[in-house]
Design a protein. Structure first.
Length: 126
């Protein structure tokens, strides 16, 4: 049945989003503890990222020459995958899977490196 396949993709996609969000949260938490101004920067920049994530509009509505700006945002392939699963009833593009996987690996690596290097300093920073 096709609905079970869509539910499977949706569960996989939610897990990918949670992993990506988790690792980015670790990265920004350590950076905020080390450099207090990072928290202010995050509060200022993240609302603007919403406009660079195609949540309420399809990527096709953006001029082709500007697509690369959207793809700099790690949550663009996540949103594109949700559009494919929930709105179109399709499997997300293979490139979306690969891009999300690469972002997860990069965020995991950076978060582990930051945690390893800052473990003994975090208590002092807080």
């Amino acid at each position: 049945d096709g609905s079970w396949v869509s539910v499977s993709y949706l569960i996989l996609w939610i897990v990918g989003q949670l992993l990506l969000t988790y690792y980015f949260t670790i990265i920004f938490s350590v950076l905020t503890a080390a450099l207090r101004d990072i928290g202010l920067l995050i509060e200022s920049v993240f609302p603007f990222l919403l406009f660079f994530t195609p949540v309420l509009y399809p990527i096709e509505n953006v001029p082709a020459g500007l697509h690369w700006i959207l793809w700099l945002n790690p949550f663009t392939p996540i949103v594109d995958g949700y559009h494919q699963i929930l709105l179109m009833g399709n499997m997300p593009e293979v490139t979306d899977f690969m891009i999300v996987a690469v972002w997860i690996v990069v965020a995991l690596s950076v978060s582990r490196l930051l945690l390893k290097r800052s473990r003994e300093y975090v208590v002092d920073w807080l």
